[in-house]
Design a protein around this ligand. Structure first.
Ligand code: ATP
Ligand code: MG
Length: 576
């Protein structure tokens, strides 16, 4: 797999890339492009974050030596943040193939500087300590149609605000009694400009600064100033921050002594069908045990996709496919599945595995004979070579490939009918053996010597069905997990409605543990991290957590049917 370092793949232009090109042409920032990916360490990263990661780190790669991307933890809310998340985020960004070099930062590293900027704003009469109750603040904020009302504390002296702010820092003020607010405009049509909160007292230990602070900056305050402190040139975020942009600009303009002059632009966030993406909801799925952890292969998290068998290249490819827009929309999960199929089709080794074995006895095949059949490891890649698969008198085929009373047009095995064994000869069903309950437990066949090694003798009617099989004597048992969509609805939150609960829409069939699957012998040696195509069944990945030497557990990454390729073919068909 092309899992490691990323080169700047050709990316179609978009409004952000056009903007950067204009900046470079105008000589802004001395030709530098410095971006950042700013996760809050309050959960694991998901595929939506991958969009932002591919954009920000991708831009740094595309713009060569005078460009870079920082990884910055926006850790301004001590109550929800944990070191576990900090570690997983770094692992995931690296796994996606990106590198921040020496540029790993934490907003908490800037707490002292940010505090100093707040004193500066107070000194300039641009911030004040407000002692209104939470209810009064809410009531006085006004609404979208009515202006807010100035706080009675708004015009208190600079000295008084400064003294109170210092008390807040010193831990002499209880939570919820005082806040620091910017003095902007309580009548602004933009609610974010109605004297937004800059600091609040929180008597909580922080995962990095411990008990050093009991006063924490708001995200809207810390974010632009952190950008500026790091010399970020382009601060790219999702559309919901568009209404925060005026505050971003107000802070950059009014704080003196900033080393950089970043600006913010917004792009549409990724939403995918059949899943949820907010960290709060993903946390709930984990905490309530609806899934087996953040890295459950059904989760849209990077760690879940990794365990499912997605490759970094496929996720980057997906992000290029969806591009950047300025309006929110819903992306069909089939697009993501298409991207991973393209990668795995080119790179995964082929194997024969029978999920629900049905014994087939080839009556005219000598009892003690074993032969080895050459099978192609990857038809897309000659260098992958071939392997020898044993075949003998007794084999297993999948129960789904036999029907005693089939519908018309059924091309798999049926009484009196013929199929070809993949890479091998044709067999004809002569007899069906049933147990006391009437269940078919064995099928007795004969093979046609003239069709050996895939030969199609002239004049012989062509056998339509080709099925997979394993030699009963040589096959190895393997554990297989089939995954389906986590939710039964395209948009679980919408379908659940205001009063409903999205967890009630979890797909009860999202995980099937297959018991008794049998694989060709080579798979006993499958190592963790291996990608396979089980012919006719899909792409599978050796689970890194539950596999043991000689006992691989296979997670189905994705089936073979590519509904997105069909959509694309149709579009091209109607266009051309
Ligand atoms: P959530 O809403 O799930 O809590 P968040 O936006 O609060 O996510 P952050 O850790 O703050 O999560 O996100 C880090 C960066 O990733 C931000 O710049 C954010 O805009 C971006 N991001 C988050 N979700 C998506 C998404 N679905 N699509 C694209 N970018 C996203
Ligand atoms: Mg956020």
């Amino acid at each position: 797999m092309s899992d490691s370092a990323v080169s700047p793949a050709p990316v179609a232009s978009d409004f952000i890339r056009d903007l950067i090109a204009d900046d470079l042409a105008a000589g802004r920032n001395e030709g530098w492009v410095i971006t950042r990916f700013p996760p809050e360490p309050n959960g694991y990263l998901h595929i939506g974050h991958a969009k932002s990661i591919c954009l920000n780190f991708g831009l740094a790669l595309e713009h060569g030596p005078k460009a870079r991307c920082h990884l910055r933890f926006d850790d301004t809310n001590p109550t929800k943040e944990e070191t576990e998340y900090v570690d997983s985020i770094q692992e995931d960004v690296r796994w996606l193939g990106f590198d921040w070099g020496d540029h790993l930062y934490y907003a908490s590293d800037y707490f002292e500087k940010l505090y100093g900027f707040a004193e500066q704003l107070i000194g300039k009469g641009l911030a004040y300590v407000d002692e209104q109750s939470a209810e009064a603040i809410r009531a006085n904020r006004g609404t979208l149609t009515t202006p807010g009302v100035n706080s009675p504390f708004r015009d208190r002296s600079v000295e008084e605000s400064l003294a109170l702010f210092r008390k807040m820092r010193a831990g002499e003020v209880a939570e919820g009694v005082m806040i620091l607010r910017a003095k902007i405009d309580m009548a602004s049509p933009n609610m974010n400009m109605r004297d937004p909160v800059l600091y609040r007292v929180l008597k909580a230990a922080h995962h990095r600064t411990g008990d050093a602070w009991c006063l924490y900056p708001m995200y809207d305050y810390a974010h632009p100033l952190s950008d500026a402190l790091e010399g970020i040139t382009h601060s790219l975020c999702t559309l919901e921050f568009e209404h925060h942009r005026p505050l971003y600009e107000w802070l950059i303009q009014n704080v003196e002594g900033l080393p950089g002059q970043p600006y913010q632009r917004e792009f549409a966030r990724l939403s995918l069908t059949y899943t949820v993406m907010s960290k709060r909801k993903l946390l709930r799925l984990v905490k309530e045990g609806h899934v087996q952890g953040w890295d459950d292969p059904r989760m849209p998290t990077i760690s879940g996709l990794r365990r499912r068998g997605y490759t970094p290249a496929s996720i980057r490819h997906f992000c290029r496919m969806i591009g950047l827009t300025k309006f929110n929309s819903l992306t069909d999960v089939a697009v993501l599945e298409h991207a991973v199929r393209e990668d795995l089709n080119a790179n995964a080794l082929r194997a024969l595995v029978v999920l629900k074995p049905l014994k087939v006895v080839i009556e005219n095949y000598p009892e003690d004979q074993v032969e080895f059949i050459e099978a192609v490891n990857n038809p897309e890649n000659e260098a992958a070579g071939t392997r020898q698969m044993p075949l003998c008198r007794e084999i297993y085929i999948d129960q789904d490939d036999f029907m005693e009373v089939p519908p018309s047009g059924y091309h798999r095995l049926k009484p009196g009918g013929e199929v070809r064994l993949r890479y091998g000869f044709c067999i004809r069903c002569q007899e069906v053996v049933k147990d006391a309950s009437g269940q078919v437990v064995e099928v007795r066949c004969t093979y046609d010597e003239a069709t050996r090694h895939g030969v199609q003798p002239e004049g012989r009617p062509k056998v339509k069905g080709i099925i997979h099989w394993v030699s009963a004597r040589h096959a190895v048992p393997v554990a297989v997990r089939l995954y389906d969509r986590l939710f039964t609805e395209e948009q679980p939150e919408v379908a659940a409605g205001e009063d409903g609960d999205f967890v009630t829409l979890i797909n009860p069939g999202s995980l099937t543990n297959v018991e008794g699957a049998m694989a060709e012998p080579a798979l006993a040696e499958a190592v963790v991290g291996g990608h396979y195509q089980f012919e006719r069944l899909g792409y599978f990945y050796v689970d890194p957590k539950d596999s043991h030497p000689g006992k691989p557990v296979f997670n189905r990454t994705v089936g073979l049917k590519d509904s997105w390729a069909k959509v694309v073919a149709k579009q091209q068909g109607t266009k051309g």
